[in-house]
Design a protein around this ligand. Structure first.
Ligand code: WQD
Length: 341
């Protein structure tokens, strides 16, 4: 199976995917400069998996140091590329930083993979490439609308860049995974979402509010054209998402995807509104959440959820966990994390 390099391996999705890779017998190394991750994540991975994986503290925008990682590991057989800035709201305020980090990093990674003839790439993309889709659920053939944020546009451009590079480099194959909203934590409650910077995603904001790290949560708008006025998203449990990554790697190893590149939606096919997510948390935690309705957040899509049948067919994958499972695991992790930090 060779060695898998995971960029952003100390991040939320990266660390949970590494756990799934290790559980399936892969050898893994990580490249993470801790710009939005805690070094303690490596210890958490070791606590769950019983193995301390190597991490190279390298910024993908530093080409010579990235190249050195590949020279030191000539047995890299595949790359899963997570490392990117991903805060929708922040990208609206800091577009130059987002374009530079997300696109320069990708270009360097592609260049070094081509030079070292690494044949397989899994790219972390996002449902935000669909923008405000005209029809729901979205399939991989749904036309991409205007991106609602610079973050989303870096994912649209990233997909295009990969398509162009694969066209000129036949040795490379890629699966582009369009995540919906990853959330929840590993069932051990020893690892979960632990952003280095202040959390902005809904589920960690809910659990931080519930445990008292935040005074009150703000619901960003309840005047949208949805069933209860709040935005609708497709929340997918992080362990279902991680499972899909190792299945995607196996798919690339077993066969060259037709046309060298495949796009797959990773969601559970159900839309949940912000108020419904809060309700699910209150049910699971048996405690009320302190929140208020505030103004809309720039860059937010009104509603998006997935048709994931192509991933189910190609990867033989089925998401198993619900929004309640997400809230239960996220709440256990938050309680555990607060005890240990
Ligand atoms: C979800 C909903 C907010 C916080 C995410 C990732 C992004 C990409 C796409 C993978 C929205 C509302 C949130 C709060 C709120 N994922 N909200 N109060 O914006 O869908 O983007 O999915 O690539 O990386 O960030 O997720 O969790 O930020 O917001 O009302 O304090 O919750 O308005 O409707 P989003 P999110």
């Amino acid at each position: 199976m060779g060695k898998i390099l995971v960029t952003g391996g100390c991040g939320y999705i990266g660390s949970h995917t590494i756990l799934d890779l290790l559980s399936k017998g892969y050898t893994v190394i990580s490249v993470d400069n801790f710009s939005n991750a805690e070094p303690a994540t490596l210890d958490r991975i070791a606590a769950v998996a019983g193995v301390h994986i190597p991490n190279y503290d390298v910024d993908l925008c530093d080409y010579p140091r990235l190249k050195a990682v590949f020279e030191e590991n000539p047995d890299i057989s595949g790359v899963i590329h997570f490392a990117a800035l991903k805060n929708v709201g922040e990208s609206v305020e800091q577009p130059i930083r987002y374009y530079h980090n997300n696109l320069q990093g990708l270009l360097h990674l592609l260049q070094v993979m081509v030079e070292h003839q690494v044949p397989r790439l899994i790219f972390s993309s996002s449902c935000s490439v669909y923008g405000n889709a005209e029809h729901l659920p979205v399939t991989e053939n749904t036309p991409l609308q205007e991106a609602e944020s610079p973050y989303a546009r870096t994912k649209q451009m990233g997909e295009q860049i990969i398509s162009d590079v694969l066209h000129s480099h036949p040795s490379l194959n890629c699966i582009i995974l369009r995540y919906f909203n990853p959330a929840g934590a590993h069932e051990s409650a020893l690892i979960g979402e632990a952003p280095f910077n202040k959390a902005s995603n809904l589920v960690p904001v809910i659990t931080e509010t519930a445990i008292g790290k935040r005074e009150q949560m703000v619901v960003f708008g309840n005047d949208y054209d949805t069933r209860d006025g709040t935005c609708v998203r497709d929340y997918i449990h992080i362990m279902d998402l991680a499972d899909a990554h190792t299945r995607a790697l196996r798919f690339l190893a077993d066969q060259t995807p037709e046309g060298k590149i495949e796009y797959l939606n990773l969601g559970i096919g159900q839309g949940v509104s912000v108020l419904e997510a809060i309700e699910a948390f209150e049910k699971v935690s048996t405690q009320p959440l302190n929140y208020r309705i505030g103004p809309r957040r720039p860059g937010d899509v009104v509603a998006v959820y997935a048709d994931y049948s192509k991933a189910a067919r190609l990867l033989d994958w089925q998401p198993k966990r619900t929004i309640e499972d997400i809230m239960r695991s996220a709440w256990l992790w938050e309680q555990n994390r607060s005890k240990t930090s």
